[in-house]
Design a protein around this ligand. Structure first.
Ligand SMILES: [Mg+2]
Length: 330
């Protein structure tokens, strides 16, 4: 049987929930990445988090055993730097509401970094900063109200930590959004600039994006027209998969990074019946019924894929009884 990954020359990885969770590597991720390298598949680590430098991200990945090189890491702060260079004349004043890493990237773009609206910045850029203060948000808000263009590295509303969720960059951006009448131009997933930077950097002909979130990872892949692979080791689960909008549906699914080496999961669909592996899901009056043994996780993934097909073609609108049986998946 052909491994799913055989059709691709590069893997773009989301980090949180795919390669690590808090301080720990995700099960199967280190071995999966090592096998990709052995197979000659390029790896690119694509992060929405603008707070940390690519060197720090690479070091963190290396510590966990991924053997990552700094040039393989693409961050929203780097992509923001490229976007500012493209959109603004050199030497433009830019107010940065983010960490020193973002400040450095804005300087690298050839911009003059300022901190107050009184300095009349032509643009504001916001990024995740765990030390953000209210007065800095005030400066950003007033600068935008006075006509500065507004950029954001990413809009993730939360950030997972080993203790629980904490407010993400999106929360600070929403605070500013409450004071103005338009949205920022966003760099990170699911928007194009970060994905374009990853494509440019890798030079890949046929990459696949591996992620754990529909709304950022899978939609980001769709935004640039590349394939995607949803894993179930992070944020999103079967219900998210089934309810995904057309531009949030992955090319394939698997449990974790090592699943890239398994054959592609396919479903046969006819007359409201979807079969995947030894599992069948049947649509009856809009409801999903599951037939087959789903005591093993692989069979539950087959069932999830079959069920998703029926949601996506409209033959099913509820699947509570099936969701409840897929208890080895999020
Ligand atoms: Mg993630």
């Amino acid at each position: 049987m052909t491994a799913f990954i055989e059709g691709y020359d590069a893997v773009f990885f989301d980090l949180d929930g795919v390669l690590y969770l808090g301080p720990e590597a995700v099960e199967g991720a280190v071995d999966g990445v090592r096998r990709l390298h052995e197979a000659g598949v390029a790896t690119v680590y694509v992060t929405n988090n603008a707070a940390r430098s690519t060197a720090v991200v690479a070091h963190h990945l290396a510590e966990l055993g991924f053997g990552a090189q700094e040039q393989e890491v693409v961050s929203s702060a780097q992509a923001a730097s490229g976007l500012l260079r493209q959109e603004l004349p050199a030497g433009s004043k830019v107010l940065v509401a983010g960490t020193d890493n973002l400040v450095e990237q804005v300087r690298l773009a050839g911009m003059e970094v300022v901190t107050t609206f009184a300095e009349e910045p032509v643009a504001v850029i916001q990024g995740y900063d765990p030390a953000m203060t209210w007065p800095r948000l005030d400066q950003a808000a007033i600068a935008i109200q006075r006509g500065a263009r507004w950029f954001a590295t990413n809009t993730d509303s939360t950030r997972p930590t080993e203790h629980g969720l904490v407010p993400g960059a999106g929360a600070a951006i929403q605070a500013v959004r409450n004071t103005v009448d338009h949205d920022p131009e966003v760099v990170g997933k699911p928007f194009r600039p970060l994905m374009d930077e990853a494509l440019r950097r890798s030079g890949a002909g046929r990459p696949v994006f591996v992620g754990d979130r529909i709304d950022t990872d899978i939609m980001g892949a769709h935004a640039v027209g590349i394939d995607s692979f949803l894993v179930f080791t992070g944020a999103h689960g079967v219900r998210d998969l089934c309810l995904a909008p057309v531009d949030g549906r992955p090319t394939a699914i698997g449990w974790n990074v090592e699943s890239l080496f398994e054959p592609r999961r396919t479903a046969a669909i006819a007359d409201g019946v979807a079969t995947c592996g030894a599992v069948t899901v049947r649509a009856e009056a809009g409801n999903a019924l599951l037939e087959g043994d789903v005591t093993k996780r692989e069979a539950q993934l087959d069932a999830a894929w079959a069920l998703a097909q029926l949601f996506w073609d409209g033959s099913v609108s509820t699947g509570e009884a099936v969701f409840a049986r897929l208890d080895l998946l999020p």
